[in-house]
Ligand binder design. Sequence first.
Ligand code: SF4
Length: 264
Amino acid sequence: MFVQELHIEMTRNCTLYCEHCLRGEKECINIGKNTIDNIFKDVTSVSNLLLTGGEPLIAVQELEYLIDVLRTREINVGYIQIITNGTIMSARVLRILKELKSLARLNIVVSSDIFHLLELERLGLKDLRDKNLQILKELFNAIEYGSDYKKTSEVELSYCGRAETLTKERLAEINKQSNFEFTITDGVRTMRQPTTYFSGGYVIGYIPVDVNGNIVSYGQSFKEEDIEAEKSGININELGFRGAVRKFTDYLDKVDVIAARFTL
Ligand code: SF4
């Protein structure tokens, strides 16, 4: 079975507490090996594999297990993207990144917007993060925020992070503290779950799998994911990946899911 965009939430744990965090309160839960097994019992080919969290590099055992499954089952993966805040580094983590790079084209996205930088400074982790970035730059072909990175580089260090509850007043304070001016628009911006189609063994669109094996809408907080999962009952470990995807695409047709709410 081919999946165009497979997003896997490796953990809900994180090393930071960014005030703009879309995911909400962290939880000490990593993805189960059974979920990884059940995904790749059915999936044989993925165009883009996105590994998210929390901070995915916390879940070293699960990442190693995922690599093992991808390798032994000869899963065909075009592109792997991992989003990290850059605070985790060890020989084991570097081995994992090298292994991912050996499996597919790799993009390590380091969250480096102003909100993450403020949080790193607050916790006294900025120097550590900068040293880690230096190591990544030396070991991988990194370009800092290059616009045509996909053509020229295997690895990009880029920006990510979205404001969910940030107030204008707090933003004004943040702008005073930094050289960078971050601007916002009034009102609430919402983004709908991109449509996902499933037919004849091909999934075109997004399949976001949460840490508990639920297929949930794209870009929500952990709490919202759990509420949706309870309502929709689309769990890979209960229905199998194929069965869960079928139910998910039916579900998207019936409900008006709003994912990723931005209150600015
Ligand atoms: S924005 Fe990212 S790095 Fe910051 S607390 Fe949330 S998950 Fe962690």
